[in-house]
Unconditional design. Structure first.
Ligand SMILES: Nc1ncnc2c1ncn2[C@@H]1O[C@H](COP(=O)(O)OP(=O)(O)O)[C@@H](O)[C@H]1O
Ligand SMILES: [Mg+2]
Lengths: 319, 243
């Protein structure tokens, strides 16, 4: 009997490969720069939702400081490029390392605690990072904003789409692969039943810290790409408002699915953009949606998809 | 069968939850190859005893020795790697994982894929129903199948000692019989078992020795066959009221 290692190779389902393929050729038809910009924003937020879900949906720890780790990666990358003359293509890697290190230390400090206390501590870490960034204005220029060198000279959006698409793809595949590996099994065990995980020989603190560090590494990487795409950074990128948006996308998409958050981003980012008057009420609407999801469909879009799939296959599966 | 020295020795154990002490001066021994039962009413502290041995609760005082190691105070994941398996009463499966993944987690402490394969073959042999449902989510199993899965997961680490908490709870009588038969077979195969059960009658029949726990203290111990004839046991646990 296979020990389940087989789906380590089949990381992506045919459907997700198909959707990714469609997405990758979309810019060939879409000429409108504004629309391309929307697609890029969806990718950026969606990939953040995936990195967030890697912690929330797997080890069941909510990282309320998530955006601060994204911001830490963004600032690190920008400053490395500005002061050390590193290429913007390498900057995000520096951002990933910095956020991973920050994630590791906050993880060691907070993840011994039970769920809600750990969550509060991550929020605290986020606030601290935000106020540090704002107050170290000699380095970061604080709220005056830091001008960041872009990846490319061009103002055209299409090349950027492919850059961000590439990093989204990388994020998705890496998180998916880790999630279905032996280590991922331990993550999910901790998230689903802490006591049984311990009794099965899983060291909860160790695996929580590994998970948290990985998630923060991707947050930092994505932050770096965000910085050199946008061209300007203010401490607001680290605000918990941003975390709430990422959290909402991840939860609406379906906790533990990874891909759900990406799909949700492609629904809600364009939606709010086209319903401009609602933009201001974004967080309120996300809040209401979150409540609805928690009451009616705790598994989010991913669970709806699973249900549909079962119903479609049902007639052929009769024994 | 040859009986060696004690595999597990619990000495004057005191344990509980935060400031609430539940166990007082609990001492017990389990010899290699034995099936020992821990009996007592609801709330007597049976689960607390097992959870403390498994390292899920930190003892307040006393000593727990397993083979040649002192294990009290060690974290649960280390105790599990020393080959003590705990099969909890309220099942504690991983509901959103497949049967196979639940089983693999039971062997998480084993880093040898060859041995894991061996365990898997053994568990699938013992519980054919699990093999058939290996891709199904644990949360979608029936009560009896969940019990099998909990036991199967406990066996995956090839334990020396199996701590089993109320394996027949909530099962139909036929299913309960299957569970007791399985435990007896495992014992015959050489596994050492510390069993907590409400079904006192059957438990006294299949176990070698028993301890009776009342309000967190051991009030009686002896050969199960003799306890069956004991007045106090008959009145309290085997009485006409039945429990
Ligand atoms: N998590 C807990 N927190 C506080 N008290 C508990 C907890 N679990 C059990 N208890 C108490 O400990 C006592 C013994 O419980 P337990 O060991 O579960 O008994 P048994 O398994 O023999 O039915 C009971 O009085 C119960 O109320
Ligand atoms: Mg109990």
């Amino acid at each position: 009997m296979s020990t389940g290692g087989s789906h380590r190779w089949v990381v992506l389902s045919p459907l997700s490969l198909f959707l990714l393929a469609v997405l990758s050729v979309l810019p060939l038809w879409v000429q409108d720069e504004y629309l391309l910009q929307l697609l890029i924003s969806s990718l950026l937020l969606g990939s953040q939702a995936m990195a967030f879900d890697f912690t929330a949906g797997f080890i069941n720890v909510i990282n309320f400081g998530f955006s601060a780790f994204v911001g830490a990666g963004a600032y690190t990358s920008a400053l490395l490029v500005l002061h050390w003359g590193i290429s913007p293509w390498l900057g995000p890697l520096g951002g990933a390392v910095a956020s991973a290190a920050l994630g590791f230390f906050s993880g060691v400090l907070t993840l011994r605690l039970q769920g809600i206390y750990a969550a509060v501590m991550t929020w605290f870490v986020g606030l601290t990072l935000l106020s540090l960034t704002a107050s170290l204005s000699g380095l970061t220029r604080g709220y005056r904003g830091l001008n960041v060198p872009l990846f490319l000279e061009t103002a055209a959006r299409r090349p950027y789409f492919y850059i961000i698409f590439g990093v989204t793809f990388l994020t998705f595949v890496s998180l998916r692969w880790t999630g279905s590996s032996r280590v991922g099994l331990a993550f999910r065990a901790i998230g689903q039943n802490l006591e049984s995980a311990r009794a099965s020989g899983v060291n909860p603190t160790k695996y929580r810290v590994i998970n948290f560090t990985l998630s923060c590494a991707f947050a930092g990487l994505l932050g770096g790409f965000y910085a050199h795409f946008l061209g300007i950074l203010t401490p607001d990128v680290m605000h918990s408002r941003q975390t709430v948006e990422v959290l909402a996308l991840a939860y609406i998409g379906g906790r533990g699915s990874l891909w759900g958050g990406l799909v949700a981003a492609f629904i809600f980012v364009p939606l709010f953009e086209y319903l401009k008057p609602l933009m201001e009420l974004r967080l309120v609407i996300y809040g209401v949606l979150l409540i609805l999801v928690m009451i009616w469909c705790p598994g989010g879009l991913a669970a709806i998809y699973t249900q549909l799939k079962q119903q479609v296959r049902w007639p052929f599966m009769q024994r | 069968m040859l009986k060696a020295g004690p595999l597990l020795t619990v000495t004057q154990l005191e344990s509980g939850y935060n400031h609430l002490q539940i166990l007082w001066d609990v001492s017990l021994k389990v010899l290699k190859g034995e099936m020992v039962a821990l009996l007592g009413r609801n709330g007597a502290g049976k689960t607390t005893t097992l959870r403390t041995i498994a390292g899920l609760l930190k003892p307040k005082a006393g000593q727990i020795d397993f083979m040649d190691h002192r294990i009290d105070g060690l974290p649960a994941h280390e105790i599990s790697r020393m080959r003590i398996s705990f099969v909890p009463e309220n099942l504690h499966l991983f509901p959103a994982m497949s049967v196979m993944e639940n089983l693999l987690l039971g062997a998480y402490g084993i880093r040898d894929p060859g041995r894991t394969k061996g365990s898997l073959a053994f568990v699938c042999d013992t519980f054919p129903a699990l093999a058939r449902r290996r891709k199904q989510l644990a949360g979608s199993l029936s009560g009896g199948e969940r019990r099998m899965l909990a036991l199967g997961r406990g066996l995956m680490s090839q334990p020396e000692l199996l701590l089993v908490d109320e394996p027949s709870l909530g099962l139909a009588p036929k299913m309960a019989t299957t569970v007791f038969d399985t435990l007896s077979k495992l014992k015959l195969a050489g596994l050492t078992i510390l069993l907590v059960e409400q079904n006192v009658h059957t438990t006294l029949q299949i176990s070698d020795r028993s301890y009776v726990l009342e309000q967190g203290r051991i009030v009686m111990e002896g050969r199960s066959k003799e306890l069956m004839k004991d007045d106090h046991v008959c009145k309290t646990y085997l009485g006409s009221g039945d429990d």
